[in-house]
Ligand binder design. Sequence first.
Ligand SMILES: Cc1ncc(CN)c(N)n1
Length: 222
Amino acid sequence: MSTISSGFAEQLRQSSISDWNACVQHRFVDEIFAGTLDDAVLRRYLVQDYQFINRFVALLGAAIASADRFAPRVTLSQFAAMITSDENTYFLRSFDALGVPEPERLAPSLTPQTQAFQQLMHEAAQSLNYANCIAVLAVAEGLYLDWADQPAKQQLPLPVRFEHAEWITLHANDFFRGFVAWLRSELDRVGPALSDAARAEAAGYFQRAVQLERQFFDHVYA
Ligand SMILES: Cc1ncc(CN)c(N)n1
């Protein structure tokens, strides 16, 4: 697809395509689908990711606050409800299964990669700029849809353990597909009306987020 004729969402994705594809094809993705992910890796990932989710929900709140109309607030609120129910209980059940004690669930030491991601989400939220917020959300959810919903992987049987299977199905279902398509359509809707400077700012958030997603996957193997 040409980056000139495509919408803002696809232009942004193309601007980060090598990091984007590195995430979709990451070793973590292969191993979770195969059910061979090492428990120590999964545990590191989930403990850090729960701290990611904390700031992510705050970012959703900022997107809700900065949206230019009621309809996006409704869609974002419905997504926030899913994250704080089904996804939250997935983490809690996985922590139980992996024997993660309370202090590590609530206040683990944060890795530099988690801190950097939290900082990015904090900055986007503080900007109270809808395009910046949506740019980061579109990376976090768009990338997860792209790795979890790959046609070749969908033909495989789901892994046996729920810690692996549910992390896939939480990111490959019709509700999630609809939400990611909506995020992309929001970027396409608001992008053309932005000034050049505001568009560059949103692009900067998007590109930093894709780099951080890649580093986040990498660092749980370090
Ligand atoms: C780091 C990261 N990025 C994205 C997602 C998908 N919500 C996540 N759980 N963690």
